[in-house]
Design a protein around this ligand. Structure first.
Ligand SMILES: NC(=O)c1ccc[n+]([C@@H]2O[C@H](COP(=O)([O-])OP(=O)(O)OC[C@H]3O[C@@H](n4cnc5c(N)ncnc54)[C@H](O)[C@@H]3O)[C@@H](O)[C@H]2O)c1
Length: 345
């Protein structure tokens, strides 16, 4: 996979920046970090990626004999990552919600990569008990898992709950990742050079960790902000996992703004106005693949946040989004309690 190239024309970027800045001015009544247009400004500033400093040979490795589980691997960034890893010879476990879409994506990957070691597993990550059941069964069936890529993500337009009474996007974006990772830790630890990568979003920059309303029961439900909160929770979860599971290399990354069905469906205005500047799924998957397969990625400490193959801060300058160690530990305890509640005996 090539590094990320400059996308969109300078003119388009200038038009987009002008629109963004004028919107920014109109929103001055809001605290700046709560304002979604801050994210647009930040998105614009990060569209042109420093691909020139990417070292192509970082990805010049064979991963034959190593296995990779990728959630949401039938579409967008997940499919692009699955394709790139299959081309490098890795065994790919695609964890997908929809069987037909998953099989179709698998056929594309096998055809284009020539690699038949691509397996489909059907799982709806919003079904909390089933996430446990799936991970436990996987552990029994397979002897190794080298890399887990928590890529699937969900934004809801209105609040909905799953069979366990949990807010659905929380179940997918946070508890699903927690359970899948926790349950697979023993298998990962048995495997050489284990890694866990989670795909967060720059949207998390506008959110401070909030642990008092994990189910989004109180206040008006704003799906985009709920999603951004979950993405902040993924960053904190990664930092905490890195502290407790020191044999595994954890990382969390922002893929840039990528033209995928998720963006088109969940943020149609953003998609319309930024379409010409968005990255392709391959470009969005570049850092996922780099974190999953390159040797240089694991020379960085575990638990870090990445953008364009580089460790970056998890907070914008002067932001009030920092949480205390106590809040972070409490958050992990709440996840543990919730996860245990639905664990099969
Ligand atoms: N596209 C972007 O600009 C962008 C920016 C930041 C972060 N992200 C993140 O990238 C990741 C991949 O998204 P994408 O942009 O490729 O979109 P996408 O719609 O192409 O992929 C999302 C995948 O998640 C799967 N998924 C959603 N809910 C699921 C569930 N309940 N159970 C199982 N699978 C489920 C979907 O089926 C799909 O395969 C997400 O975590 C998203 O939050 C994307």
């Amino acid at each position: 996979m090539k590094g990320i190239e400059l996308v969109g024309s300078a003119q388009a970027h200038t038009r987009s920046l002008t629109r963004t800045l004028s919107h920014q001015r109109r929103c001055q009544a809001h605290p700046i970090l709560l304002c979604p247009c801050t994210v647009r400004l930040w998105a614009w500033l990060t569209l042109n990626s420093p691909s020139k400093r990417f070292v192509e040979k970082d990805l010049d490795v064979s991963v034959a004999g190593r296995s990779f589980m990728i959630t949401g691997a039938n579409s967008g960034i997940g499919k692009a990552a699955a394709m790139a890893i299959a081309k490098k010879g890795g065994t790919v476990h695609m964890v997908c919600r929809n069987k037909d879409k998953a099989e179709e994506a698998r056929a594309d990957i096998v055809k284009e990569s020539g690699n038949k070691e691509v397996y489909v597993h059907i799982l709806d990550l919003s079904e909390t008990r089933k996430v446990w059941e799936f991970a436990e069964a996987f552990k029994k069936k397979y002897k190794a898992l080298n890399v887990l890529i928590n890529n699937a993500g969900s934004i809801m337009s209105q609040r909905d709950v799953n069979a366990e009474g949990l807010e659905k996007s929380f179940a997918v974006n946070v508890l699903g990742i927690y359970i899948l990772t926790k349950s697979l830790v023993p298998l990962l630890e048995k495997s050489p050079d284990p890694r866990v990568i989670s795909v967060t979003s720059g949207g998390m920059f506008v959110q401070k960790l909030r642990i008092g309303n994990l189910q989004s029961e109180r206040g008006r439900y704003d799906g985009t902000m709920v999603y951004a909160q979950h993405k902040r929770q993924q960053v904190v979860m990664t930092e905490q996992f890195a502290k407790t599971h020191t044999n595994i290399h954890f990382s969390v990354m922002h893929p840039g703004w990528v033209d995928t069905p998720a963006v088109a469906n969940a943020m149609p205005d953003f998609h319309r106005s930024m379409k010409e500047s968005l990255r392709s799924p391959d470009q969005g998957a570049d850092t996922v693949v780099w974190l999953a397969i390159s040797e240089v990625a694991i020379t960085n400490p575990s638990g870090r946040f990445y953008q364009d193959r580089r460790v970056v801060s998890t907070h914008l300058p002067l932001a009030w989004t920092h949480s205390s160690p106590l809040e972070e530990q409490k958050f992990m305890s709440l996840l543990e309690e919730l996860a245990k509640k639905f664990q099969p005996h």
